[in-house]
Design a protein around this ligand. Structure first.
Ligand code: ZN
Length: 377
């Protein structure tokens, strides 16, 4: 006579699977994740129709792809969405401004709102994001922002600047402005800017039309309730120069180390991996894509590979993982929604590169399950 399993049986099964799950989240080897931000791309005529990943000579990276498992997952539009879903297993659309405010430790509570700020030039209602900003302009922009701060004094602005004239800002208020995100050019009318209008205008007056536009806004309230509900994440240290990646780490209570760039990051990873798991986020592959320089993207991929290879002795002791979060087109300068490859390997063999780590369409895994797959491998 078939009957449903009793409560004791359910409890027993939960125990078995619960332990199995936790067991899988621990590896006997140290895990080093190498995260190549925006590394996948379009086929580039200048590279004989190859993508930068396909066109570059990268024996270390290809050795990871050749000696273990390789697959793909669907990209997310922005790095922090990919990271949040990878770590928590849950789709979480926490706005970029909120994530970075956590990363920069700017004040953010129920009565404050956070934004990302990016330099842009507005002409006839069209905002062109301004990526190729010179050092001089960057300095002038920061001065112009400080001088214009009076225009939003009532909002008690707290601003943190980082490279390229970009910034993160939190202000008093509960209403969140919903303005278009970079990198695609956007329609922005003066009234869309709300209380920021006079502030943006004042900066543009001093800067010959260049100003700082807020986007990715959100309040701390929603973020907090999500943060309280997430699963345990295996202990590791995130190494990055990116406020967005470091922001996700801060938001999820993952240990983090800020570095100036990939060379310093790789060196630090080599030291830390002796005693803990490391998540090495490399931003340069995305940065260069926005500058639409496919040849330079190839050079950067090769330089990263060379730098990793210098520490091959240390790294070959651990489980090596390659991840890419989204495509970034060296033709258009925009992020591309596409399948992105991952690779996991417990060994490296010199010159054993039967596979190229590149855009491909290997067997698909779903992002919420990928972290478990990395640790179970
Ligand atoms: Zn990008």
């Amino acid at each position: 006579m078939p009957r449903s399993i009793g409560y004791i049986e359910i409890a027993r099964l939960l125990l078995i699977y619960g332990h199995a799950y936790l067991g899988r989240m621990q590896s006997t080897k140290r895990v080093l994740v190498i995260f190549l931000d925006g590394a996948t791309d379009d086929p580039i005529p200048l590279l004989n129709g190859k993508t930068p990943l396909q066109a570059s000579n990268k024996p270390f990276i290809d050795s990871i792809a050749s000696n273990g498992t390789m697959g793909c997952t669907m990209s997310r539009d922005y790095t922090h969405f990919y990271l949040l879903e990878l770590f928590t297993g849950v789709k979480a659309e926490i706005p970029r401004g909120v994530i970075e405010a956590y990363g920069m430790e700017l004040p953010l509570d129920d009565r404050r709102v956070a934004y990302r700020m990016s330099p842009a030039k507005i002409e006839n209602g069209k905002a062109e994001w301004y990526y190729k900003i010179s050092c001089q302009d960057e300095m002038n922009l920061q001065k112009a922002v400080l001088k214009s701060r009076d225009k939003i004094r009532e909002m008690d602005p707290k601003v943190y600047f980082y490279n390229g004239g970009k910034a993160v800002m939190t202000v008093k208020g509960t209403e969140v402005l919903n303005l278009p995100k970079p990198p695609a050019p956007a329609d922005v009318q003066p009234h869309d800017l709300g209380d920021f209008g006079p502030f943006a205008e004042s900066i543009a007056d001093m800067m010959g039309g260049i100003t700082l536009l807020p986007w990715g806004g959100g309040s701390g309230k929603e973020a907090e309730s999500f943060r309280k509900s997430v699963r345990p994440i295996p202990p590791m240290t995130m190494i990055s120069k990116s406020p967005s990646a470091l922001g996700v780490a801060a938001f999820l209570n993952i240990k983090r180390e800020r570095v100036a760039g990939f060379k310093q990051g790789i060196k630090l990873a080599k030291d830390l991996i002796k005693k803990e798991d490391v998540f090495l986020h490399i931003e340069e592959t995305d940065d260069i894509s926005h500058k639409r320089s496919p040849r330079e993207k190839v050079e950067i991929i090769e330089a990263i590979d060379k730098e990793l290879n210098r520490h091959v002795k240390d790294f070959s002791q651990c489980r090596l993982v390659l991840l890419v979060d989204h495509g970034a087109s060296s033709l258009s300068g925009d992020h591309i929604r596409m399948e992105v490859p991952y690779a996991i390997s417990d060994k490296l063999t010199p010159f054993g590169t039967s596979r190229s780590y590149a855009e491909n369409g290997w067997e698909r895994s779903e992002l919420p399950q990928l972290l478990e797959q990395i640790y179970r491998f």
